[in-house]
Design a protein around this ligand. Structure first.
Ligand code: ZN
Length: 319
């Protein structure tokens, strides 16, 4: 944790102590049961929640903390969110600093004997982890062949915390993994139809690193891997040059990130004599109106193929 945050930690210590006291008082027997007696698993993102919900089925309650349009890099928990976390049997978050402003709360929750699991950190290792400027890139879910690894970890967590039949839990986990493997194969096949020089994804922030590595797509984000840092903003001119040089037909918005920077890029390319259009809105850090994690991947696949593939490859005509 960066040193400069220690003041904030001290300031919030008193608040957390009182929240903790209330939470502990309301958990008379053990922290693993809710008031209604059912086990609750709290997940931060929908990408985690979808996997957990399907594997846990009806054996427990699953709460997803972030709404469908929430930017996880910027999310700050309210007191209600902290109580929700405190009531959980286990909290499953992504990790790799995706949920930067949740760190202090997660520390407090762990101190209150709630199990806290960083799902992405537990599911990938070594060279599989992409780095950006020395920090790990948290957007692991963008590669479904990696995200399907979370199913084993989640099955273990669910089996540990609920009374469900272990073989049924494992069966549901295998079903999710199989579906993600099929989706991965579909992404690979459809994206390979885009000519290599046009297989460039230019978006608002660097959320597509894992996606790009898996499907051989060059990825350029205007902001860095976190939307929390304006310092990561790249010179628009550099990216305009890339768009013009490659004659890219389209660049993309992201549903949780401001459109301002992408719009500036389009204007720059137009001014340089190359008409580039907005290829659509991609969902990177939250599913938005695509509702689910898999819906989000499918939406992105359709949007990218339509915008970048030539008509013969099944994409929209680029006029
Ligand atoms: Zn992101």
């Amino acid at each position: 944790m960066p040193r400069r945050r220690s003041n904030a930690l001290l300031r919030s210590a008193a608040l957390f102590t009182s929240v903790l006291a209330v939470a502990l008082a309301s958990c008379s027997v053990e922290a693993t049961t809710t008031v209604a007696g059912r086990t609750t698993i709290v997940c931060t993102t929908a990408m985690i929640g979808d996997v957990v919900e399907e594997i846990a089925a009806d054996d427990c309650d699953v709460v997803v903390l972030f709404g469908p349009d929430v930017d996880p890099h910027l999310f700050r928990p309210t007191r209600d969110d902290v109580s929700t976390l405190m009531r959980a049997a286990v909290v499953i978050y992504n990790g790799f600093h995706l949920e930067g402003h949740l760190t202090e709360s997660l520390v407090r929750v762990a101190e209150a004997d709630v199990e806290v699991v960083a799902l992405a950190e537990r599911s990938v290792e070594g060279d599989e982890i992409l780095e950006d400027g020395g920090a790990p890139d948290p957007h692991v879910w963008m590669d479904p062949s990696l995200w399907l690894r979370t199913t084993d970890v989640v099955a273990g967590i669910v089996a540990e915390h609920v009374d469900g039949d272990r073989s049924a839990i494992d069966e549901r986990a295998a079903r999710v993994a199989e579906r993600l493997a099929l989706l991965d194969a579909e992404c690979a096949e459809r994206l390979s139809a885009i000519p290599a020089e046009r297989r460039v994804l230019l978006t608002a922030h660097d959320a597509f690193g894992y996606f790009g590595r898996r499907y051989d797509v060059t990825v350029e984000g205007i902001q860095g891997v976190s939307t929390a840092s304006e310092a990561g903003l790249r010179a628009i001119q550099e990216l305009v040059a890339l768009v013009v040089e490659r004659r890219l037909p389209a660049v993309f918005f992201e549903s949780t990130v401001s459109e301002r920077n992408v719009a500036a890029l389009v204007e720059g390319a137009n001014a340089a004599g190359h008409a580039v259009r907005i290829g659509g809105v991609l969902h990177a850090d939250a599913p938005g109106d695509a509702v689910t994690y898999e819906g989000m991947l499918r939406h992105n696949l359709e949007t990218i193929v339509s915008a970048l593939a030539p008509p013969s490859a099944g994409g929209e005509a680029s006029r």
